[in-house]
Design a protein around this ligand. Structure first.
Ligand SMILES: Nc1ncnc2c1ncn2[C@@H]1O[C@H](COP(=O)(O)OP(=O)(O)OP(=O)(O)O)[C@@H](O)[C@H]1O
Length: 657
């Protein structure tokens, strides 16, 4: 009887044996926003309000100047009318309370003030409608402009940004900034309206008696401070929960996306995933509940103190009347003006707190735009021609979250007209290396990649990528027409001829022939009005896309994984022709395909361990390449002929088919 030895990988190290499963949690290295938000003082918030109003107007100015000017004019006029209205109130009350019996003359003398009052009220109502309409026009445009700026900034970030969790978090925060940007103008406009009303009423109130205004400002302070603190608490809670909200988003995606839908069902995973969702949701609720209670307690204290302070103001008013400091008619005006000033202050404080919170999100948005989430592409200005020589010199590259380099002191070169194959086991660094050669990543720990002698750091990123064509392992199935899926929206002269030639070389011509409207067919789900392709058909389109690009460096990363043998054969027999005016980097696990290459570079744990022609590497019997080759072919016992030749040549045994 033979005993099967337990594989080494299954035996957990002794010290890790009782360690429980790691839980999914989103890590934001160096996130200091919560401490920063905690350190914000009320005075700092008050100082920010004018800046925020300026920013909202500036955003509005960018999208519709006329509407912003009209809005400011409307607010100004509304304030002036309010002051007139209040003054006219005294003119109406005075004759009416002059004696117990109101004569016709007294009534007549009140008429002009009444007309002013009625006119002011009517006009202010109209202006209110106008300002609502103007902000309804501006708000969605501002939000769209904010979104456009954000999207533009995101496309200007280095690809490496996506490997950095801080970037994703900054993106989320900035995205929230876009969401709230539509509120920015409305809140600023309410503050402007409240300020106009406040200034007009304060002016009237000071005319009645100078002591009234400072008293009222003091009375409004407690509520104001409370609102500002509550806004800060709510912002901090939203930062606190951002990690779990991100987790919810990720779980939602896994549960409903088409890519995983079949596995959620066949693996009966729904209850397990829903439970994880519930747990993260409960954590969010606990944090927001806590914040809501804290805000409510603070608002309660603020409201009660504010109520007491208002009572003091009314007592002061009564004392002033009884001391004969103000007339009864002026008391009536003061009564109205106090109401207005109080409402104005409440409005400024309430909307100010909201605007402040909006402002914090907008800061995240503005920061993202300024620095593309901290990863703005910042390379040199050089514009390369299609390269004749791409060289990697001692490059070392480590992903931010990894504990060891993905590439360690790697050197190699690819020349125009050459096919270089990258081979190695999973995780050995092939894809990373191909991304560095094509300048999608820059070497971060040492070494350099040069294109015809120029460091890729000194080359303009977009100009460089125009010279690169890539078939990545996971390619995008763009919901665009077949033509646009191949040209990527970048037309060349004699477009269709070039598209069809690329499609022919990639075997995508057969796919296009089967489409209901040829190149014009929309490749998307039926409910978007399109026609859907199979996995292999999509891969042919992705290859045609790369072949169509007038690029000097062609990178093929497992380009034929989904193709049937005939289609794969066609690609590899045509590859040498394509390589005539391109440098080609081929990443593949199917070693029979690498025989089309001029040179093979074998990677192991990020290091180059073998390099040579396919024949040279096959001859090294103790090398990794030969070991992998033998493993791939041992089940059939036959060694396939090099890709590109017309037939398979059995080495040891007769052909099976
Ligand atoms: N975005 C990433 N963030 C962190 N580590 C990564 C990332 N992408 C790859 N790695 C790590 O870098 C190493 C090299 O990965 P790479 O994708 O280059 O390997 P590969 O040879 O192409 O693998 P495969 O044959 O499976 O496609 C692996 O250890 C992998 O875990």
């Amino acid at each position: 009887m033979t005993t099967i030895p337990k594989p080494a990988a299954i035996t957990a190290p002794a010290e890790e044996a009782d360690v429980s499963d790691e839980e999914l949690k989103f890590i934001i290295p160096g996130d200091r926003r919560i401490e920063a938000a905690n350190a914000i003082t009320t005075r700092a918030m008050a100082r920010r309000l004018p800046q925020l109003i300026r920013r909202s107007l500036a955003l509005g100015w960018q999208v519709d100047r006329a509407a912003v000017i009209a809005l400011l004019g409307v607010q100004l006029l509304s304030g002036v009318l309010e002051a007139f209205g209040l003054m006219a109130t005294t003119g109406v009350i005075k004759p009416l309370i002059a004696s117990q019996h109101i004569s016709g003359d007294q009534l007549r003398s009140a008429v002009p003030s009444l007309v002013v009052l009625a006119g002011a009220i009517g006009l202010r109502a109209l202006l209110g409608i106008a300002s609502t309409a103007l902000s309804a026009r501006l708000a969605p445009r501002i939000a769209r402009e904010a979104e456009l700026e954000l999207l533009d900034a995101a496309t200007r970030a280095e690809l490496a940004a996506y490997d950095n969790p801080g970037y994703n978090d900054r993106w989320d925060a900035a995205d929230r900034g876009v969401e709230v940007s539509r509120d920015l103008l409305t809140q600023a406009q309410y503050i402007l309206a409240a300020s106009a009303s406040l200034i007009a009423s304060a002016f009237v109130l000071t005319a009645v008696h100078p002591i009234l205004l400072p008293l009222l400002v003091l009375a409004a302070l407690p509520k104001g401070l409370a609102s500002v603190r509550a806004a800060r608490i709510s912002y901090i809670a939203s930062l606190d929960t951002s990690k779990d909200r991100r987790l919810l988003g990720m779980l939602r995606w896994y549960m409903v996306d088409k890519q995983t839908a079949d596995q959620v069902r066949s693996g009966t995973m729904a209850p397990f995933l829903l439970d994880k969702y519930r747990t993260a949701g409960a954590r969010i609720d606990a944090t927001t509940d806590q914040a809501t209670w804290r805000s409510a307690r603070i608002s309660l204290v603020g409201g009660a103190t504010g109520g007491l302070a208002h009572a003091v103001v009314w007592v002061a008013l009564a004392l002033l009347v009884s001391a004969g400091q103000i007339s009864v008619a002026a008391l009536g005006t003061a009564f109205l003006a106090l109401g207005r000033v109080s409402a104005g202050l409440d409005g400024i404080v309430g909307y100010g707190a909201q605007l402040f919170r909006t402002g914090m999100y907008l800061d995240d948005w503005a920061d993202f735009i300024d620095e593309a989430g901290g990863h703005r592409i910042d390379r040199g200005p050089g514009t390369p021609a299609a390269p004749t020589l791409v060289r990697a010199e001692n490059i070392t590259f480590q992903y931010p979250s990894a504990d060891r380099p993905a590439l360690d002191d790697v050197s190699l070169e690819v020349r125009r007209g050459e096919v270089v194959a990258l081979v190695g086991e999973n995780g050995s660094g092939k894809t990373t290396l191909s991304k560095i050669l094509s300048a999608l990543y820059l070497p971060d720990q040492g070494g350099a990649v040069t294109w015809d002698g120029t460091d890729t750091r000194d080359l303009d990123a977009h100009a460089t990528w125009e010279r690169v064509a890539v078939v990545p392992q996971s390619y995008a199935n763009w919901p665009l027409s077949a033509r646009e899926n191949i040209t990527l929206g970048q037309a060349t002269e004699d477009e269709d001829a070039a598209v069809l030639a690329a499609a022919h070389a990639a075997g995508a011509d057969e796919v296009i022939d089967g489409l209901r409207s040829g190149l014009n067919t929309l490749l998307a789900k039926e409910w978007w009005g399109g026609q859907e392709l199979s996995g292999g058909q999509w891969q042919r389109i992705a290859i045609a896309r790369a072949f169509h690009r007038p690029a000097g460096l062609l990178v093929l990363d497992e380009p034929t994984a989904a193709l049937d043998p005939r289609a794969e054969h066609r690609i590899f027999t045509g590859l040498r022709r394509l390589a005539a005016d391109r440098a080609v980097v081929l990443v593949t696990h199917r070693l029979t395909n690498v025989t089309v290459a001029d040179r093979v570079v074998v990677l192991d744990k990020g290091r180059v361990i073998q390099q040579g022609t396919p024949d040279e590497l096959l001859a090294q019997h103790d090398g990794l390449f030969r070991e992998l080759w033998d493993l791939q072919n041992e089940r059939t016992g036959r060694v396939p002929a090099p890709a590109g030749s017309e037939e398979n040549v059995p080495l040891n045994q007769p052909a099976l088919f």
